[in-house]
Design a protein around this ligand. Structure first.
Ligand code: FRU
Length: 490
């Protein structure tokens, strides 16, 4: 179905409760509703926003178009949690109902200030000629959870030299100064990040463009983030317009980082190479926060723009990833599922075996929703790995190619096809003697953490509900493995 502009900009307040119920019913009939991921009650979810800890709780907002699986008028939807794994739907946080956000309350971030949680976001507006005018706005949440929007933007114009693609403020505080990075496009249509500073979250000064060595690297950088981890600075952003190169950059848009240091006084980021954050098919626009115990935790959007998904026909699209803890070890960014996820573990099953050029299954070692950790050792096989969500016609394959030294995720036969125009296999280099795969499988997704977070593959998959099998295999040689699986429950 083609959505008209009028339909895309319809407000949730304009539809009747019956219409919303009909949409919710259609959503609930979807075979692919997730069980332990944050997903929209109806409509489309995209970027995580305002990820923070405030007043004893984690707050995680997201971009939401309530009325269908398309990018229409965006609201901020609010979820909260005390442990990062059990999330409560709170409701709409920011309504795009003012002149300064009339065409969408776009992405942004949150920070505590004077006992309130300040939400800084982009107000997307369009004039009568449909020309975009972005504003950077503030909404303030108090201790009772009441959110009040400020009626004037705190940044009311785009500085000279940049186009109207100017959005997604990410705020942090250093000493007594607030800083915000904003995703931008230069007038020569290349992407970049600009820096602002403020003493009070209200008065913002343009500090200039964040200088770096990436040169012309895509046409727009969305959703920047900057944080320190293990004493080093990490600049994360989502560049658009990067061409595929070898195993890299096969999704429509990328999300990645450079490690180094941002000198806020000279607006200069000294850094190493750009790396993708995730090797899977569906990961974009991540945002991080610092937990009260100092951990740096990141959540991404498990989806991409401009790609049709099989859930569209049920009136909803996308979910958020699980929270991951970020560290830098030996100069490498590592990502591990947060330890709180153990709270979700249910029934445990363990298996181990030797594979001699064969594929094996175990009775009742199967499932559609589970956590699985598997380690392979004593390998002389050319490739080995696991297949999951298996039926006679479907399988999702995760393997290590010991000859090419690559990890491969293959969703060619995963079920209902998605984004096949961007290929059905993702792979990345990994030079390792031992290989550990840690999987979180939900009804329609998989997140694979490889070798304690050295690499991550995040992907939606859309298998039939009868595809429950798990198989272990070794090709052209032998491999021993041990595996632990948990059901994932309440
Ligand atoms: C990234 C993005 C952001 C924007 C938001 C709108 O997915 O395009 O740049 O703020 O989504 O929903």
């Amino acid at each position: 179905m083609e959505w008209t502009t009028e339909q895309r900009y319809k407000r949730i307040e304009e539809v009747t409760p019956e219409e919303l119920q009909a949409l919710a019913k259609q959503v609930n009939e979807s075979p692919w509703r997730q069980t332990f991921h944050i997903q929209p009650v109806t409509g489309l979810l995209n970027d995580p926003n305002g990820f923070s800890f405030y007043n004893g709780e984690y707050h995680l907002f997201y971009q939401w178009f309530p009325l269908g699986p398309v990018h229409g008028l965006k609201y901020w939807y609010h979820t909260k949690s005390t442990d990062l794994v059990h999330w409560e739907n709170v409701g709409i946080a920011i309504h795009p109902n003012a002149e300064i956000d009339s065409h969408g309350a776009y992405s942004g971030s949150a920070i505590e200030h004077e006992n309130n949680l300040y939400l800084m976001y982009t107000g997307n507006t369009r004039d009568e000629n449909w020309v975009r005018h972005p504003f950077q706005n503030i909404a303030v949440m108090n201790e009772d959870g009441v959110i009040t929007k400020c009626d004037k933007p705190v940044i009311d114009h785009v500085p000279d030299g940049y186009t109207d693609h100017f959005r997604d403020p990410k705020v942090w505080k250093e000493n007594d100064t607030f800083y915000a990075v904003i995703g931008a496009q230069r007038i020569n249509e290349t992407g970049c990040i600009v820096l602002y500073s403020s003493p009070d979250m209200k008065n913002w000064t343009f500090e200039g463009e964040v200088k770096n060595d990436l040169g012309s690297f895509g046409y727009m950088w969305e959703c920047p983030d900057y944080f320190m981890v293990n004493g080093q600075g990490v600049l994360v952003f989502s560049p658009q317009g990067i061409a595929p190169n070898g195993d890299h950059y096969h999704n429509i848009y990328q999300s990645g980082y450079v490690i180094g240091e941002l000198n806020v006084h000279g607006n200069t980021m000294t850094h190493g190479e750009f790396s993708e954050l995730d090797r899977g098919f569906d990961f974009y626009a991540p945002q991080s926060m610092e937990a009260p115990d100092g951990r740096r935790i990141m959540v991404g959007w498990m989806g991409l723009p401009e790609v049709a998904y099989p859930t569209d026909q049920y009136g909803w699209a996308h979910c958020l990833t699980l929270p991951r803890e970020m560290t830098i070890e030996n100069g490498k960014l590592m990502q591990r599922p947060v330890r709180e996820l153990k709270l979700k573990r249910g029934v445990k099953m363990e298996v181990h075996d030797v594979l001699q050029n064969e594929t094996k299954t175990f009775d009742s070692f199967s499932g559609t929703v589970f956590e699985l950790m598997t380690e392979f050792h004593n390998v002389d096989a050319e490739s080995f790995g696991i297949e999951f969500r298996v039926s006679e016609t479907e399988k999702t394959v995760l393997l290590y190619d010991a000859v090419q030294k690559k990890v491969v995720l293959d969703r060619t036969h995963s079920g209902t096809a998605v984004g096949t125009e961007f290929g059905t296999v993702r792979q990345c280099a990994l030079d390792a003697e031992q290989v550990k795969f840690h999987l979180f499988v939900d009804t329609s997704s998989v997140e694979v953490f490889v070798n304690d977070g050295e690499e991550v593959f995040t992907s939606r998959i859309f298998p039939g509900s009868e595809s429950t099998g798990i198989r272990f295999f070794a090709n052209d040689g032998n491999a021993s493995y041990s595996a632990v699986k948990w059901t994932i429950g309440g």
